[in-house]
Design a protein around this ligand. Structure first.
Ligand code: ZN
Length: 312
């Protein structure tokens, strides 16, 4: 974690937020977005996904976006890849961090990446080997998708999450991301899950949270995870996003509201909240049909509100 901050927010809008958008988000717009958001003090931005353009044309410009992202200093450039082929491209492009995702639920993994969980773990081991050989400085984060529920198989046992987390840790993961991919979780469940995962792995690798606000409990889940000791949170500016396998899923939790929550709770994020809200205009200009979420942007700051980052 960057020195001087208490909690690390990570923007995933440029990947999770726009991957199911039918409209192509123009490359220049993506670059304007990440440039403006890096300037707010955002410590980490997932800028794209390395997947075949045939599968997800939205990320056909992944290399150009990473090249532009690298011209800016002071933040971690992350990219997602579901397989070795994409990881190869991401390492070549020069990302700082690679996010690899596997669903805890076998059915969801087959639907999402068309492989069994075993096959995904084996592929991750090959990615670790490649990283060690070609890009030893790149961090490898493993997303445990559907860790808090699956739209295909329903409830997901804590034991299954712990088992997959253990396999990834043993294989060389630098970070574990517990993901409520389809927005099923409630705060009580989150507390139990994060107590378990942080209890087992928290002193070895960062344990991060990835929540969706599908059923309105996203920020409540953040607070539950915070209380369990989680200090790394994914979110998407204006709450963009969804999941192709989660019918009617709304997006990721809203980054601007997340920063408001954390700063109000006295935790420094290092992010300038007012500047962050202005970045929404770039998203609106490039996705004019897309509804933007977020209550802080609508209502503004409470009278006398001093963000923890500014109080320092
Ligand atoms: Zn997500």
């Amino acid at each position: 974690m960057r020195p001087g901050i208490d909690v690390e927010c990570r923007e995933v809008g440029l990947r999770d937020g726009i991957q199911i958008q039918k409209v192509f988000f123009p490359t220049e717009g993506k670059i304007a977005w990440l440039t403006a958001e890096a300037a707010t003090g955002m410590p980490e931005i997932e800028v794209c996904s390395f997947v075949p353009p045939k599968l997800l044309p939205q990320f056909a410009d992944a290399k150009d976006v990473v090249a532009a992202a690298k011209k800016i200093d002071g933040y971690t450039i992350a990219a997602l890849s579901p397989n070795l082929r994409g990881a190869m491209d991401a390492f070549e492009a020069g990302v700082h961090k690679l996010n690899y995702v596997t669903s805890v639920s076998e059915e969801h993994n087959l639907a999402n990446v068309r492989r069994t969980v075993d096959e995904s773990v084996e592929d991750f081991k090959r990615i670790v080997e490649l990283r060690n050989e070609k890009a030893p400085d790149v961090k490898l984060a493993t997303g445990l998708a559907t860790a808090l529920g699956c739209s295909i198989s329903g409830q997901v046992p804590v034991a299954d999450v712990m088992a997959l987390a253990g396999r990834f840790f043993e294989a060389g993961a630098d970070e574990l991301v517990v993901s409520d991919t389809v927005g099923y979780a409630n705060p009580q469940q989150v507390k139990e899950m994060f107590n378990a995962v942080i209890g087992e792995f928290g002193d070895k690798v960062p344990v991060a949270a990835h929540f969706h606000d599908t059923r309105g409990l996203g920020l409540a889940n953040v607070f539950a995870a915070l209380e369990a000791g989680c200090r790394h949170f994914d979110a998407s500016l204006a709450g963009l996003g969804g999941c192709p396998f989660a019918p009617k899923a709304t997006g990721n939790i809203v980054m601007d509201d997340l920063v408001f929550l954390l700063e109000g709770a006295g935790m420094k994020t290092g992010v300038d909240l007012d500047k962050l809200v202005q970045v929404r205009e770039i998203v609106a200009a490039n996705l004019p049909e897309e509804p933007l979420h977020g209550m802080y942007a609508k209502a503004g700051a409470p009278k006398g509100f001093v963000p923890a980052t500014q109080a320092a």
